[in-house]
Design a binder for this molecule. Structure first.
Ligand SMILES: *[C@@H]1O[C@H](CO)[C@@H](O)[C@H](O)[C@H]1NC(C)=O
Ligand SMILES: *[C@@H]1O[C@H](CO)[C@@H](O)[C@H](O)[C@H]1NC(C)=O
Ligand SMILES: *[C@@H]1O[C@H](CO)[C@@H](O)[C@H](O)[C@H]1NC(C)=O
Ligand SMILES: *[C@@H]1O[C@H](CO)[C@@H](O)[C@H](O)[C@H]1NC(C)=O
Ligand SMILES: *[C@@H]1O[C@H](CO)[C@@H](O)[C@H](O)[C@H]1NC(C)=O
Ligand SMILES: *[C@@H]1O[C@H](CO)[C@@H](O)[C@H](O)[C@H]1NC(C)=O
Length: 551
């Protein structure tokens, strides 16, 4: 049994009480514009941040206040979300349509949030329309404060590798397809940091390593639907961190990165000094799409071998890889504080919610649903409606059942999908995928213990197979075809939190829900007030401001 060092416990305790104002601020101004990009080697319209695609990396340290003034210079409403950032007590800045009015064209909105003890690699991306298909994504790093050592030596440098599938159609054309009731069909390619390695402007090395040194690579899947396998010719990767948790440091020849997931690995430049290919290729697809980028050594003496390392085959391999991931219980670094539930295996489960995803046609148009409800976003963000006491006018709570009936998948209704969850309860969520395609689920506001993924249907007896000791605490989990996943967490972060399919097409067509976690008291200890700069829209415009939360 692992021991949590008393130093780490103490750090956790103090971090929770540190006044936000005393901590350093990082300020950013971002212009969101259209521009020409070459992800597949040919020019197409993309979404840029300050002229960049992918967007700028945010490099932060725990307890930093991050202030980002986002100017929407597109001709459509826009929002960004900070995927995996927990926003303690602060769903106001989560940047999804259930918590924020979208930033109107030509207007700006200033996000303000504090990053806490969740040392790791995260991504931000657009949540409006299908903007993510055009870009607007980037990496957000949370570093450890110098006082708190991480469980590995300082790398020589720190690289971001954003990989994703890509369509040659624009985000607007793709959205029009979905709006007309059709699917996106298959992507046209894969990119690594915005390039496929196939033509276009000169493909310079992605990174150059000094012989003998060790580098950190932060690998995240920013794509729309495909799981990707990532590998570097001749260079095994030592896994050190996953979505804010330090892992047992095993070596991997390649990693399956499902949509929305992030891994940090260490790579040592201990091979012959020449060029090597980094490869990202689609998994579980009929046709395999591949991107390659060059990773060079300083003083490189030769070109990369054209023989690419093979990708693994089949999803059983991927399931085994998932099972090999373990939380390092003895790592002394600060923990993401998964709700104080460190010994999560000993906490009694108070509620089990089974969520079953389905695809169906409603009035002849494709929709995706959870337990028979295909979510629609009302004009008034759910959180604002709730805060202003106007929820009855906007949505109903608990329209889905915790134990969906088989026929729910067929009788799909379109409406806001909001589940009421009792503050501070320890809940088990079963994500059951009865479909033939892979699924990837992300939860905002929390990290959860990913205790099992298994083929077949879930039954309560399956609990005996859970990893109740050292499952990784993370925010995104894949569910293989005809399989289920189980996650456990304590709902101690008050707010309105989005649980969504990371497959953009599925989310856009309704496969998401919100979890309303309200503190019984309107107390600032549990939740912040609506920010003064919040845009208001829908039914709450002109309503008197409710009594603020107080101490
Ligand atoms: C953002 O755009 C404005 C004009 O709309 C310009 O003045 C400003 O310099 C731009 N800022 C950045 C960081 O690109
Ligand atoms: C990011 O922040 C870390 C810790 O504050 C610092 O050591 C590092 O040099 C920074 N990296 C970049 C690229 O700014
Ligand atoms: C918009 O930007 C200005 C600075 O240019 C800032 O003063 C204002 O607070 C921002 N608006 C919002 C809603 O954040
Ligand atoms: C876990 O972290 C500790 C402390 O840094 C380290 O010594 C140990 O090797 C790690 N264990 C594994 C299995 O990776
Ligand atoms: C958990 O449930 C068991 C059996 O119902 C009970 O004996 C035990 O006291 C509970 N533990 C806690 C911490 O509530
Ligand atoms: C939500 O749950 C809380 C605690 O169980 C309960 O007090 C409240 O009435 C519920 N609200 C709705 C709208 O169901």
């Amino acid at each position: 049994m692992g021991k949590l060092s008393s130093a780490a416990l103490c750090i956790l305790a103090t971090a929770a009480t540190v006044a936000q104002a005393g901590d350093p601020y990082l300020f950013f101004t971002w212009n969101i514009t259209y521009g020409i990009i070459y992800p597949l080697g040919v020019p197409q319209q993309g979404i840029l941040i300050n002229g960049q695609f992918p967007g700028p990396s945010i490099n932060s340290t725990t307890n930093n206040n991050i202030v980002i003034n986002v100017f929407n210079l597109l001709d459509e409403p826009f929002l960004l979300t900070w995927s995996g950032i927990q926003h303690r007590k602060n769903s106001w800045h989560d940047g999804v349509l259930g918590t924020n009015c979208p930033i109107p064209p030509r207007k700006n909105y200033t996000y303000h949030f504090q990053v806490k003890d969740q040392i790791g690699s995260y991504i931000y991306y657009p949540t409006t329309a299908l903007h993510r298909a055009g870009g607007g994504f980037g990496c957000l790093r949370v570093n450890s404060r110098l006082l708190i050592p991480v469980p590995y030596a300082d790398p020589e440098d720190d690289y971001t590798v954003l990989i994703g599938d890509w369509y040659s159609k624009s985000h607007a054309q793709l959205k029009a397809l979905l709006d007309s009731g059709r699917t996106l069909a298959r992507p046209n390619g894969v990119h690594i940091n915005g390039r496929s390695g196939k033509g276009g402007p000169k493909d310079e090395p992605l990174f150059t390593m000094q012989p003998g040194k060790t580098y950190k690579y932060r690998i995240c899947n920013v794509g729309l639907k495909d799981s990707l396998n990532f590998r570097i010719q001749g260079h095994p990767m030592k896994l050190v961190e996953m979505e804010g948790s330090h892992t047992v440091q095993d070596l991997y020849e390649s990693l399956d990165v499902h949509v929305g997931q992030c891994y940090s690995v260490l790579v040592t430049a201990d091979k012959e000094p020449r060029d090597y290919y980094a490869v990202a290729s689609t998994r579980f697809t009929k046709e395999v799409l591949t991107a390659t980028r060059i990773i060079s050594y300083a003083g490189s003496k030769g070109k990369a071998s054209p023989e690419l390392p093979p990708a693994p085959d089949g999803w059983a391999w991927s399931l085994n890889q998932f099972r090999s991931f373990r939380w390092n219980l003895t790592a002394s670094a600060a923990r993401p504080n998964p709700q104080g539930s460190y010994h999560y295996g000993q906490i009694n489960i108070t509620r089990t919610i089974k969520l079953v995803n389905s695809a169906t046609k409603v009035d002849g148009k494709l929709r995706y649903a959870i337990n028979g409800v295909s979510h629609t976003n009302p004009a008034t963000p759910l959180k604002l409606a709730e805060y202003f006491g106007a929820s009855e006018r906007v949505f109903k709570y608990n329209v889905i059942s915790d134990e969906p009936k088989e026929e729910a998948a067929q009788l799909v209704s379109l409406q806001p999908n909001v589940v009421n969850i009792t503050f501070r309860t320890f809940v088990e969520i079963i994500l059951e995928n009865q479909e033939k395609s892979i699924q990837s689920w992300h939860m905002d506001g929390y990290s959860f213990f990913a205790v099992a993924i298994e083929p077949g249907r879930w039954t309560p007896e399956k609990r005996k197979n859970y990893n109740l000791l050292d499952a990784v605490s993370r925010h995104t989990i894949q569910v293989f075809p005809k399989s289920w996943a189980a996650i456990l967490l304590t709902f101690d972060n008050a707010g309105m939190w989005n649980l969504r399919s990371e497959m953009s097409e599925r989310r856009y067509l309704g496969q998401e829900l919100y979890m309303s976690v309200l503190s019984p008291k309107r107390s600032l200890r549990d939740e912040y007030n609506i920010p003064d700069n919040a845009h208001l829209c829908g039914a709450v415009v002109g309503l008197p401001k409710p009594d603020p939360y107080t101490i």
